[in-house]
Each structure stands twice: as C-alpha cells, then as structure tokens.
Design a protein around this ligand. Structure first.
Ligand code: BEZ
Length: 328
C-alpha cells in the first residue's frame, strides 16, 4: 500500500490537492442587516459560491444576514478595526463616513432599478467608494434593492396631505429625514428589525421601504395599503476591510474583484425581475395606490436645498442625468 502511494505521488496524481493544501486558505465572514430572501443576501450567497469556485476552494465566505453580527454602525466599526472581513451595507449607513453618498437618494433621480444600477458606473459613484479608504474600508461595488415605496398600516393615501403629521418610519439617515420633513410627515428613524412590531402595534403609521424588504419581512401581514411612488433608489455597497484586503495576494484580490462584478450583475438582473414579482404578490393582499412625482415637489425642493452645496453630489446628479439622456 505504502509502495503504491509513493508511486502515485511520484507520478503527480495528488499534485492538485497538495498544491491547494499548501496555498494559504482564506476564510472570511460577511455581515448584512438585510433579511434572508432580500436581494442583498442573494448577492452575498452568490458571491460566496463564486469565490469558492474561482479560487478552487481556497477562499470561503460565510454569510450572516439580518444583523446577526450587529447593526450597521457596529458592522462598520468592526470592519474598520479589522474584526470583520466583509459586509453589504446600506449606502444610507455610509453617509456617516462620506456625506456625498446622500446623492444616491436624490428623489426621482432614477426611474427604476436598471437606471440606478447604471448610476453605479459613473465616475462620481466610484469616487464615493474610493473615499472610504480614509476609513480603512475598500468599496468593491454597489448592489441594488428595489425602488422605495410607501406602505401604510391603515391610511388610504390618494393625496400627499393624507400623510401630514403621520409617523412614517425611515431608515435612520439625513437625506430621508429631510425629504420626509418636506412632505410634512413625522419621519421616525427605526432599524429594519423593529418595523414589523412598529406597524403591528401602531407606533408608526407608515414606512418608507423597498418591496424586497417588505416581502422578506412579511410586512403586508400588518398593513393595508401600498403607495407606489418609486421616489428613491436604495443601493447598498459591498465592502471589504482594509486589513482583510491587505492579507490577500494579487491573484486572490483579482478573484474577489471579478467575483463581485459577477455577483452584482446577477443581483441587478434578479432585482429587475423581482420588482414586478413583488408587486404582483403584494397586490394580492394590499390595496395599491399611486402618487406621482409632482405631488412631492415641496419635499424634492427641500432635498435639493440641503445637499446642493456638496460638489460630489452635484457631479453625481449631473453624470446620472447625462447618462440617462444618452440611453433614452
Ligand atoms: C431599510 O432600512 O429600509 C433597509 C435596510 C436594509 C435593506 C433593505 C432596507
């Protein structure tokens, strides 16, 4: 038996497995606050598979959805101190590090997910990611959730005045607060994990959210009306901590970068289809209403007043509009 083994080794039969055993194995962890079933979790799972495939099993990635490893601020801090390798975070959460990310939430800048995905390729959007290096974070790319709409507990909304003084749950960050203040509602910051109970108990009257998150959290069970506004995009970003990035070889970095591009592309295609599927599903139990952009003119003005002083935001808006003008 020993003689047979020696012969096989000499013939190079085990060369592949010996090579991979001697290569440094990289095991990474990725956190996201998005719930299972959400596009960002699907993209993360796809990324995990691609890394394993492209590295021949050398790189593995474990996914922790639904804030299992902490809220977004905690996630960013863990990454900055090198305790966590990767994350898919809301771009909203990144505004605490780089103000210009607020530009992504320019109301009605994008008409749908495909438009928002195209915005990722602008020089301004790439510059925003690059600025994360000041915080020991490497921005690898953007992921897209669906467009933001409004879900109400029991308020029928056919004009904007119906939302006046109503408590509307928002993702906690400034662009959304400014816009909802402009609507005349009471924007109520609340983490995604508390929203089901908030609607059920009546602590909030309505929420601002994408349909993927609404569906993943089964929020239709505690609501009556879906107001289709598509007023903002809601991108996330795939990040790797600087210290994890520095530990990778050139070849491993290439595998990570290429796998992210592939996973993001998969996610955009999936989300474009999911928008209609989610609407069809939600329409079965919710009354669907529509309010057009014109009704939100005051709120849109308030947004522009607050953020027009930031040159990178202005560049981003211009580059997106230019891109849209050439594709339409
Ligand atoms: C939200 O805060 O609305 C949210 C967070 C993560 C994924 C989707 C939505």
């Amino acid at each position: 038996m020993k003689r047979l083994l020696r012969t096989l080794i000499a013939a190079g039969v085990f060369a592949g497995s010996l090579a991979s055993a001697s290569a440094a194995e990289i095991n990474m962890r990725l956190a996201t606050i998005a719930p299972p079933g959400h596009n960002w979790v699907k993209v993360s799972e796809k990324l995990s598979k691609l890394l394993e495939q492209h590295s021949g099993g050398e790189i593995s990635l474990d996914i922790f959805p639904a804030a299992q490893l902490g809220d977004e601020e905690g996630t960013l801090q863990q990454m900055q101190s090198g305790l966590l390798d990767m994350a898919v975070v809301t771009v909203a959460g990144l505004t605490t590090r780089e103000q210009a990310f607020n530009g992504w939430f320019t109301p009605y800048l994008f008409s749908d997910v495909a438009d928002a995905a195209a915005g990722s390729h602008t020089a301004a959007a790439q510059e925003m990611l690059k600025r994360l290096e000041h915080y020991d974070l490497v921005g690898l790319g953007y992921v897209q959730a669906g467009m933001r709409n409004i879900l109400t507990r029991d308020i029928a909304v056919d004009k904007i005045a119906d939302l006046k003084n109503k408590k509307v749950r928002i993702t906690p960050f400034s662009a959304m607060k400014v816009w909802w203040d402009g609507v005349g509602a009471v924007p109520t910051p609340m983490p995604i994990s508390n929203v089901y109970q908030g609607l059920q108990s009546g602590v909030i009257d309505a929420i601002d959210m994408d349909m993927d998150a609404i569906t993943s959290l089964n929020l239709q069970a505690v609501s009556k009306y879906l107001i289709l506004t598509k007023h903002m995009a809601f991108p996330g970003a795939i990040l790797i901590s600087k210290s994890s990035w520095n530990r990778l070889s050139e070849r491993q970095r290439e595998i990570v970068t290429d796998s992210v591009v592939e996973a993001v592309d998969y996610g955009v295609k999936d989300q474009i289809v999911a928008e209609q599927r989610n609407l069809d599903n939600l329409s079965k139990t919710l009354t669907v209403e529509r309010i057009t952009e014109e009704a939100f003119a005051e709120a849109n003005k308030e947004f522009h007043k607050s953020f027009s002083g930031n040159p990178l935001i202005t560049s981003f808006q211009k580059q997106v509009q230019k891109q849209e003008a050439t594709t339409n």
